[in-house]
Design a protein around this ligand. Structure first.
Ligand SMILES: CC(C)(COP(=O)(O)OP(=O)(O)OC[C@H]1O[C@@H](n2cnc3c(N)ncnc32)[C@H](O)[C@@H]1OP(=O)(O)O)[C@@H](O)C(=O)NCCC(=O)NCCS
Length: 105
């Protein structure tokens, strides 16, 4: 949480946690500078606080932090069946980039 290349945000409603996010910068060594990109690892808003613009506010703060750190590309993963997340991220300007396939052995 205290690492320079990560950002943890917590949204509070009075003293109660209404949501949190965890973002990080990947590829921070000098050698990898050209490959540096941002990753939003977690974003969660508690059920009673959803659909009130809190997720949107959280993303704005995360994007501000990435820009301050000279990051110009952001990636994140969502579960294929998570329609709400898909609709949320598309509204935030994200586009499909890769699909992960799996098979049980
Ligand atoms: C996805 C999530 C973070 C959205 O947070 P939120 O605070 O409810 O989002 P906002 O209020 O900022 O919504 C912005 C837009 O997202 C989309 N959206 C949000 N909830 C939606 C829903 N239930 N159905 C369809 N679209 C939805 C809409 O486009 C919405 O805009 P609108 O209200 O003008 O239609 C929240 O639903 C959540 O925590 N879900 C569980 C965890 C998760 O799936 N996280 C994402 C994967 S990392």
């Amino acid at each position: 949480m205290e690492a320079e290349n990560s950002l943890v945000l917590v949204a509070l409603d009075d003293e109660k946690v209404a949501g949190y996010s965890y973002s990080l910068i990947i590829g921070t060594s000098n050698l990898e500078d050209r490959a540096k990109y941002g990753c939003i690892h977690d974003l969660f808003i508690t059920e009673t606080h959803r659909r009130k613009g809190l997720g949107d506010k959280m993303v704005s703060e995360i994007v501000k932090w990435f820009r301050l750190n000279d990051i110009h590309r952001v990636e994140l993963d969502i579960l294929a069946q998570n329609q709400v997340a898909s609709s949320f991220w598309k509204k935030q300007g994200f586009a499909d980039f890769k699909h992960t396939l799996y098979r049980l052995l």
